[in-house]
Design a protein around this ligand. Structure first.
Ligand SMILES: Nc1ncnc2c1ncn2[C@@H]1O[C@H](COP(=O)(O)OP(=O)(O)OP(=O)(O)O)[C@@H](O)[C@H]1O
Ligand SMILES: [Mg+2]
Length: 457
């Protein structure tokens, strides 16, 4: 059997040596002892450990920092925290945050061995891998396995360097805001604010004064001068979310701002120069809106200096499982810190679904499944994907098909039933149905045509 790789961290050299001695008496551990916590953290970033045993109270860097690093870089590692006299509460807190266990000083070798044995037992129960290293981008927190997402990350890295205006498109829940934040984070503007606004959320009059600010007395209720969000975002990044919902009047004002890099507060005369990087996003078919004259062409060209199109999750199925594992890890860390995994059947089910609500739907579903499932392994019946739970409810003809055909048939049946239900409810209004179901309108049109869905009563 391979030896268990252990990282031991304690800034007190005597303590470190004595624990190392205890551990070295067991033949099954390969121990690396480190008395500089900063170095230990660097080691965790570079290497995989099965078990990390760390003192809680050290100098600048505490055992909690080591734990957090481990959870990020080596989520499968079990972390045992050594808490000194009077710090048991912190030890308990650490286990809540995801540490495997804690041990209070002073302790006997037997007690330490027992804890290690318990951890080893869990290794047997859980396969070592969770999210593979290459699928999470450390700096931005973007999970990607598919070539499409990897290309997007490299584009994000490139555009973050300049000041170019970026337009991000993609169905809802594909990660548009995440990408916008990543561009900001990687840019030299990252120390300044990232200000997101939803262009559809406010009435036009309010929105204008929110964005550009207003002078005292500009309108009833403007009792004092107030700078707008664009001024607040100076030297930072401004994110216009749902830009397709911006009113025509505001589109003109935004265009002027983009051309002149100056704004004027509502009711004001003075022009104020501002330096902001603009990122806009939409889940609507903006080219079509331009064609239909619902969105200004000149503004579209200004915004579209660089376009990032995020494909829907169903078109990059390789990302489903890495994303699901990442979301599961996050939800476990927020919940009780106990790690959970998916069974093979569960992964198969996740892969087979078409995810109309994309990563956001996957995130919600993983979160629900994790809360509902009390064991460490989440199995397919724990996953609330609408549809099949029990084979006895299936038509015999489906059961006779090869697995892949059966799966496609069930998905098709489900999609037709689901969409017909909502189209009927909305009296055939495609836009309304798309919005209600969280599906991109173009995708909904395609499905209606492919399946010949007829939705009159
Ligand atoms: N590739 C990814 N890696 C990690 N997390 C992701 C990824 N894609 C999406 N997410 C997560 O999924 C959730 C939805 O993403 P986000 O809010 O960025 O999507 P959106 O396209 O802006 O959605 P909407 O159109 O509904 O506003 C967020 O919690 C985000 O962090
Ligand atoms: Mg969004």
């Amino acid at each position: 059997m391979n030896k268990i790789k252990v990282l031991l961290v304690d800034d007190e050299i005597e303590m470190l040596n004595s624990i190392e001695k205890i551990l070295s008496k067991r033949g099954d551990l390969k121990v690396q002892a480190e008395n500089d916590p900063e170095k230990a953290i660097k080691l965790i970033e570079r290497q995989k450990f099965n078990l990390i045993i760390t003192d809680l109270k050290m100098g600048n860097i505490s055992g909690m920092d080591v734990l957090k690093k481990a959870m990020l870089h080596s989520p499968e590692a079990k972390v045992i925290i050594i808490s000194g006299y009077g710090t048991i509460e912190a030890g308990v807190e650490a286990t809540k945050l995801g540490a495997f266990d804690f041990i209070e000083k002073p302790f006997t070798s037997k007690k330490l061995y027992d804890k290690i044995d318990l951890a080893i037992k869990e290794f047997d129960a859980l396969p070592a891998e969770t999210v593979s290293d290459s699928s999470i981008d450390e700096q931005t927190g973007i999970v990607s396995k598919s070539n499409q997402m990897k290309e997007i990350i490299s584009l994000v890295n490139k555009v973050s360097q300049g000041n170019m205006t970026v337009l991000i498109t993609g169905e809802s829940g594909t990660g548009k805001e995440l990408i916008a934040r990543a561009i900001h984070k990687l840019s030299s503007r990252s120390v300044n604010p990232f200000v997101p606004v939803n262009c559809g959320a406010l009435p036009e009059s309010l929105f204008e004064s929110e964005l550009f600010g207003h002078e005292k007395g500009a309108f009833t209720g403007a009792v004092r001068t107030k700078p707008g969000l664009l001024e607040f975002a100076n030297e930072g990044t401004f994110f216009f979310d749902e830009i397709g919902d911006m009113s025509p009047a505001l589109q003109v004002k935004l265009l002027r701002m983009l051309e002149e890099r100056k704004i004027r507060r509502v009711g004001g005369e003075r022009e104020i120069s501002i330096d902001v990087r603009i990122i806009a996003a939409t889940n609507q078919d903006i080219e079509n809106m331009v064609k239909e004259k619902k969105f200004r062409e000149d503004l579209y060209f200004r915004l579209n200096m660089m376009k990032i199109e995020i494909p829907p999750l169903r078109e990059r199925p390789e990302d489903i499982i890495p994303l699901a594992k990442y979301f599961l890890r996050e939800v476990c860390a927020q919940h009780d810190g106990k790690k959970k995994i998916f069974s093979e059947r569960a992964e198969e089910l996740l892969r087979s679904y078409s995810w109309p609500g994309n990563a956001r739907e996957l995130q919600n579903l993983v979160s629900r499944a994790s809360y509902l499932c009390t064991s460490t392994t989440i199995d397919s019946p724990d996953i609330p994907i609408p549809g099949v739970k029990d084979l006895s409810t299936l038509d015999n003809s489906i059961l006779e098909m090869p697995f892949k055909d059966a799966k496609n048939k069930i998905i098709e049946n489900f999609e037709v039933a689901y969409l017909t239900h909502y189209l009927k409810k909305n009296e055939g209004n495609v836009s309304k149905t798309a919005e209600e179901c969280g599906i991109d309108r173009r995708h909904l049109h395609r499905l209606i045509n492919n399946y010949n869905i007829v939705y009159e009563d």
